[in-house]
Design a protein around this ligand. Structure first.
Ligand SMILES: Cc1cc2nc3c(=O)[nH]c(=O)nc-3n(C[C@H](O)[C@H](O)[C@H](O)COP(=O)(O)OP(=O)(O)OC[C@H]3O[C@@H](n4cnc5c(N)ncnc54)[C@H](O)[C@@H]3O)c2cc1C
Length: 405
């Protein structure tokens, strides 16, 4: 209770920018902050600056729908996200900050035989990686989500089964951002908000200087952790990324009594929802097909998402929508991240996070910190190297990614 009216600052007042840092992290979202945190925690590297053009968490980290899970389609993806969920399990205690992680379970609904086949395949891949994931049928779905219309004869897409992933769930995104920021700050990293990277100088295959609106910085290593803006930053050093940026929208209802304590996703209906600890129904859909950096929502989204949610939960017919918003998503061609080294010696990336990158924050931080400290690519992220697009070694998560949070 004492900390509700906290007098102590979460992190130090913003210092002046120094002339140089060992590590410059561009982007104060979950990935940039996690990397700063693990640099100190695992490797004792403290001369680190996180540069954020607005305020920390102002990007997708503060706009996402907070779903964590690891039941991915490829062994590479499943292994990677599983390592992240496991880190999240201990993160509240480690950061001494309650992240409200609820492993309430995650249901991906199947509405066709084809979907059941794809999910059976996913469950097999998951179990081979030691991940709890299995196909279930309407009787068990009804037990897990008694308020959901499973047998509605008038529904466009009948529910015939689901992929059930018990360790999946939801967390508080703002708590994750603040907890990691405080952890990074206590470890000695400097958090520079309102500090926009405007350009970078490159010489002899290295980035020598980062130019910002508050002055120029010499740098040991530079990390691009800007997600939706990652192509802009990469272009500054002449390393193009095969990424397009789209908006993803979400909305919440007013708070309701507890009705749902599992995450529901339907790829075919292009909808997903969960009920937050405050009682709001948090709902979303798939990315919009056009590319943009303008985070403006649409009426179409609200109409479509409401229609589909009401087919599953007619009880929400009179629930009022409180807020809706949009955030940027950086989509790679195979729906897997682009992570690690680039052709520029001291410039590394964390990009291609599409609609699913929040769950990866701790493992991105840990593995990128290891790369920076040792100059070696950890095995877990080797499959996600940028070179895969030149070597034709894609890690295709497309089949599992229609609504892919
Ligand atoms: C509506 C929505 C729902 C989502 N739901 C989920 C979900 O349920 N589960 C999940 O795992 N993922 C989800 N995602 C995706 C997830 O939020 C992102 O993939 C993830 O947050 C990206 O990593 P980040 O947090 O580091 O990025 P961000 O928070 O976007 O951080 C990037 C930062 O870089 C800063 N920046 C950009 N350019 C510059 C510059 N020139 N100089 C300095 N700073 C700069 C930005 O201001 C921003 O703060 C969702 C995304 C959206 C939009």
């Amino acid at each position: 209770m004492l900390d509700i009216f906290r007098k102590r600052r979460m992190w130090k007042r913003q210092p002046e920018l120094k002339d140089s840092y060992d590590v410059v992290i561009i982007g104060g979202g979950s990935h940039g902050l996690a990397t700063a945190y693990y640099l100190r925690k695992e490797h004792g590297i403290t001369n680190v600056a996180v540069l954020e053009k607005r305020y920390i968490g102002s990007g997708a980290a503060g706009r996402n729908t907070t779903i964590l899970r690891s039941n991915y389609k490829t062994p590479e993806g499943a292994r990677f996200y599983d390592a992240s969920v496991k880190l999240y399990e201990g993160l509240s205690q480690e950061l001494n900050f309650n992240l409200l992680f609820s492993q309430c379970g995650h249901l991906t609904l199947a509405h066709s035989d084809r979907a059941m086949f794809v999910m059976a395949n996913r469950a097999e891949v998951n179990r081979l990686q030691g991940i709890d994931s299995r196909l279930i049928y309407p009787d068990e779905i009804k037990q897990l989500a008694p308020a959901m219309q499973v047998d509605n004869p008038n529904t466009t897409f009948p529910v015939i089964g689901a992929l059930y992933h018990p360790p999946g769930g939801i967390i508080r995104h703002d708590a994750v951002v603040w907890g990691l920021a405080r952890g990074a700050d206590h470890g000695g990293a400097e958090l520079h908000q309102n500090t926009e990277v405007l350009g970078m100088d490159r010489s002899n295959g290295r980035v020598t200087q980062v130019r910002t609106n508050r002055g120029n910085i010499r740098c040991g290593q530079v990390l691009n952790c800007t997600a939706g803006w990652s192509t802009i930053i990469n272009d500054m050093v002449g390393v193009p990324l095969p990424i397009t940026t789209h908006i993803l929208q979400a909305c919440v209802t007013e708070a309701m009594k507890p009705l749902l304590d599992v995450v529901i996703v339907s790829s075919q209906m292009h909808v997903y929802l969960s009920q937050t600890d405050r009682g709001e129904f948090l709902m979303g859909a798939e990315i919009e097909p056009w590319t943009t950096y303008r985070m403006q929502g649409t009426l179409n989204f609200l109409q479509d998402v409401s229609r589909h949610v009401l087919e599953l939960f007619p009880q929400l017919e009179r629930a009022r929508l409180l807020r809706s918003w949009a955030g940027l998503c950086d989509l790679s061609p195979d729906y897997s991240p682009i992570l690690g080294k680039t052709e520029v010696d001291n410039f590394h990336v964390s990009a291609g996070w599409g609609t699913y990158g929040f769950k990866a924050a701790p493992i991105v931080g840990k593995t990128l910190a290891e790369l920076v400290a040792t100059n070696r690519t950890p095995d877990l992220i080797a499959p996600f190297a940028l070179e895969r697009f030149y070597e034709d070694k894609l890690v295709s998560e497309l089949a599992a990614a229609a609504v892919s949070h």
